[in-house]
Design a protein around this ligand. Structure first.
Ligand SMILES: Nc1ncnc2c1ncn2[C@@H]1O[C@H](COP(=O)(O)OP(=O)(O)OP(=O)(O)O)[C@@H](O)[C@H]1O
Length: 534
């Protein structure tokens, strides 16, 4: 280091001042030595107070009350003990001395705390453009460019790795929290600032001007198609977050029995969401969801399947008891849907006549009928090119009047063809499912609400969102119900689906037996069907 020569002091003045300075320095050093324990304790008390205040600021509200109560009880108990107050003072002084010692803060997570504060400040700064008002008349606004996060964030929780796990944000009253576009913009910014590789859930409390962001845990995964414990007309679309629904159903995930929160779709005459629309990215699992719905529907009703893609993904259902047809051609689809139109009208007439006569509705007008259409846009296109009636037009009758006739329609389509679904499908399907990666616009179009989608790389097949009517948007994991003829699917999952298939009809069993050059395989058919065949 370069040292510049100091100007020499006149000998007279220096000689007089030096001893006095030495005495002063020695006195100050002595006083510091004597007061050092006091300084340590005061510093420790200040640090303890800061810790308590910070905990209070970040702790969830429901935890503050009980902790405050316990602290008050402890203070009372200590105050009533014979040596309690003295003991308490000794403990506080000891804790303050420990906290106030040199280097205590640096060792005990000060760096972590600073990092957390920096993160919170970064999130706050990112929210300022959304929540700050230009020319705000408030002299001390909640959000300002030189503001601090402490007033705006009510509670914050971090993971062990120091990432934000939960944040309760206060926002100003002027923010248009009823506008989905504004909400989505804030959610996207919060999600981006908290890490794009995770999924977030946002809950807007418009009454309190509060937004809660949490990182939800993984949804129940690896659950295969099985006989779910549900009531008549209830269909398990998949599984969701435990705090999103009250109900639990027992399932077996292959290794153990679990109670999981289901997304239940109630169908039938009393349901407000009597028809289903599934929209997904290619390969996201919409055919698998329809297959799972069919397997459940076959327990109580008859099913007609139109496989618009013609890929044979529903071939396993052909010839099964309760399966009226599995159509893969435009001709077959149009003929079957024309029959559905007549059948819906017949049921309505039969029910109306029975009610007029004061009789119960006949059984053949009450048995649930399911019309399951995978990729209607493809089959519509084929029908148009062949000069036939458009299947979408034929779907109008069961969609509009099916509810009273116990006819339920479930349709699945890809995002890119969703525009071609037709008005009846879009307006009458109030149970909605969206699968796979989707843009906010696509989410909005399907669910009527947009949220921050899960990160693409983490979205497993069958992962998406469900919304029943005007209910909340629920995260969804569809059970695995692969095509049992698909060699690429897992053996256990395929066997699970095969185990749920109804028996072959007698005629189908005979045809298969004849094909194989063997005696009729009627033993696999249902007893009534076998009786009919003989
Ligand atoms: N819930 C699920 N659990 C496990 N695997 C699934 C699930 N859903 C789909 N899969 C698997 O993902 C693949 C694609 O599924 P599926 O054929 O149902 O998708 P899709 O959306 O109908 O595709 P596309 O319409 O393009 O044929 C299949 O191998 C299927 O077994």
């Amino acid at each position: 280091m370069v040292r510049w020569p100091f100007p020499r002091q006149p000998a007279g003045t220096g000689a007089a001042v030096r001893p006095a300075l030495r005495v002063l320095r020695a006195g100050a050093a002595g006083a510091l030595d004597v007061l050092h324990p006091l300084i340590v304790v005061v510093r420790g008390l200040a640090r303890l107070t800061m810790l308590v205040l910070r905990w209070w600021a970040r702790a969830p509200k429901d935890r503050r009350g009980p902790v405050f109560f316990l602290a008050a009880v402890a203070v009372m108990v200590v105050a009533l003990m014979p040596w309690g107050p003295a003991f308490a003072v000794a403990v506080v002084v000891g804790a303050a001395a420990w906290q106030g010692r040199d280097g205590a803060r640096t060792v005990a997570g000060a760096a972590r705390e600073d990092a957390e504060n920096t993160r919170l400040q970064a999130v706050y700064d990112a929210l300022v453009p959304f929540f700050a008002l230009q020319n705000d008349p408030d002299p001390d606004p909640l959000y300002a460019h030189d503001g601090a996060w402490e007033r705006a964030f009510e509670e914050a929780e971090f993971t062990d790795e120091g990432r934000i796990e939960r944040l309760l944000v206060r926002y100003p009253a002027h923010f248009p929290d009823g506008d989905p576009a504004h909400r989505l913009a804030v959610e996207q910014r919060l999600g981006a600032k908290s890490g794009r590789d995770r999924e977030y859930r946002f809950v807007w409390d418009e009454e309190r001007n509060e937004l809660e962001m949490t990182v939800p845990g993984p949804l129940p995964q690896g659950i295969r198609a099985q006989r779910f414990v549900t009531g008549p007309g209830e269909i398990v679309l998949g599984f969701t977050d435990a705090d999103a629904v009250h109900r639990r159903i027992p399932v077996n995930d292959g290794e153990r029995a679990l109670d999981v929160p289901p997304v239940l779709w109630r169908t039938g005459a009393r349901s407000a969401e009597s028809h289903l629309l599934v929209v997904g990215a290619p390969g996201a699992g919409s055919s698998t969801l329809l297959r799972s719905v069919v397997l459940q529907a076959l327990q109580h009703g008859d099913v007609l399947v139109v496989d618009g893609s013609g890929s044979g993904e529903f071939a396993c259902l052909a010839g099964r008891d309760g399966v009226l047809a599995v159509e893969t051609s435009a001709t077959g689809a149009v003929a079957s849907l024309e029959w559905v139109v007549h059948e819906t009208e017949r049921r309505l007439t039969a029910a109306s006549r029975a009610r007029q006569a004061g009789h119960p509705v006949p059984e053949d007008a009450r048995r649930p009928l399911w019309v399951v259409v995978d990729r209607p846009a493809a089959v519509s296109h084929l029908a148009r090119t062949e000069g036939r009636r458009d299947p979408r037009e034929l779907l109008q009758v069961p969609l509009r009047h099916g509810r009273a006739a116990q006819v339920t329609v479930a349709v699945a389509e890809h995002f890119e063809c969703a525009d071609e679904l037709g008005r009846a499908v879009r307006s009458q399907t109030r149970a909605r499912v969206l699968l796979g990666d989707a843009s906010p616009e696509e989410m909005w179009a399907v669910l009527g609400e947009a949220t921050v989608p899960p990160p693409g790389t983490h979205a497993a097949p069958g992962r998406g969102f469900a919304r029943l009517g005007a209910g909340p948007v629920l995260r969804l994991q569809v059970p695995a119900a692969p095509d049992p003829l698909d060699d690429a699917a897992g053996e256990a999952e395929r066997q699970a689906v095969l185990g749920l298939l109804p028996p072959l009809t007698a005629s189908q069993a005979r045809a298969l037996g004849a094909q194989a050059g063997q005696p009729s395989d009627a033993s696999r058919a249902k007893p009534e069907a076998r009786a009919q065949a003989t």
